[in-house]
Design a protein around this ligand. Structure first.
Ligand SMILES: Nc1ncnc2c1ncn2[C@@H]1O[C@H](COP(=O)(O)OP(=O)(O)O)[C@@H](O)[C@H]1O
Ligand SMILES: [Mg+2]
Length: 264
């Protein structure tokens, strides 16, 4: 994408992960700082480093405003770091707000990335339709976004990101607007989908339990400016149960890092 060439910190062709065949690193953020200058200086990120190996799910947790969305936009090449470097294999972003196109049906929205990749309309729709039932969206293929609940819109946006076929998925609080039951269903669906078809995922969430249930590793950021204050390996077998004592203990460990633990 030509616009990426303006960004000195981003890899212009975004080929790094694939270009070095055999490289096991899909995402590498090194000592990145980012300050917004729009209305006085807002230091969003301070010397943040993060790596995601190919096929790894890294969860980024931290309080609101600590630069999580900024970090994902840097990885996707949508903005450039002021300091430091960002390298990533081609990455698709699921933005925090669903940003569905109101004039397209749910199915057309889900198939959008495939259409942009010049896949024939019928083929793109068939790919999307195949996953509609699995996400509890069957029967809503022709609905417009305003006819869907918030949770359904989020699921369509998630499907659109998944169908982008990019090796890296950057998910910005993908289940944030879902009710607790749907969120739990979506978490297990994501875990199953990734077991079937591994991708590198950077999952931003403020739900520490979700992070422990899904991730291989947690990167904990402190309040703005976001800095990495803890990294927690989650070497637990899958599927994971939220009631598992080890899951509960790791959740507590992350909350303590955030200064929110019962014993903090
Ligand atoms: N485009 C922008 N212009 C100015 N400030 C911004 C912009 N985007 C984000 N910020 C500020 O940067 C900080 C980090 O934002 P963000 O990355 O959205 O954090 P998070 O996703 O963790 O809530 C916040 O204080 C926010 O107000
Ligand atoms: Mg955000």
């Amino acid at each position: 994408m030509a616009h990426r060439k303006r960004f000195p910190g981003a890899d212009p062709l975004n080929l790094w992960g694939n270009a070095r065949g055999g490289s096991d690193v899909s995402v590498s953020v090194s000592a990145v700082s980012r300050t917004y200058q729009d209305r006085g200086a807002v230091h969003a990120l301070a010397r943040v480093s993060l790596r995601a190996a190919r096929g790894e799910l890294v969860a980024v947790v931290g309080p609101s405003g600590c630069g999580k969305t900024t970090l994902l936009e840097l990885i996707c090449g949508l903005q450039a770091p002021d300091v430091g470097t960002v390298r990533s294999a081609p990455a698709a972003l699921m933005p925090q707000r669903d940003l569905l196109l109101p004039w397209l049906s749910a199915l057309e929205n889900a198939a959008l990335a495939l259409r942009i990749a010049r896949r024939p309309r019928a083929q793109a729709r068939a790919c999307a339709a195949a996953l509609f039932a699995e996400l509890g969206l069957a029967g809503f293929e022709d609905a417009r976004p305003h006819e869907l609940s918030g949770g359904m819109r989020q699921r369509v946006a998630f499907l659109r990101t998944l169908l982008s076929e990019k090796p890296v998925l950057c998910l910005d609080e993908p289940f944030g607007a879902l009710d607790a039951i749907t969120r739990a269903e979506m978490q297990s669906w994501l875990a199953r989908a990734l077991a079937r078809e591994p991708r590198t995922v950077v999952l931003v969430t403020h739900d520490v339990e979700e992070a422990v249930l899904l991730a291989d590793r947690l990167v904990v950021l402190c309040a703005r400016p976001g800095r990495v204050i803890a990294e927690i390996e989650v070497a637990l077998p899958r599927p994971r149960a939220r009631t598992d004592a080890r899951v509960v203990a790791m959740r507590e460990q992350a909350l303590i890092a955030l200064g929110l633990g019962d014993r903090a």
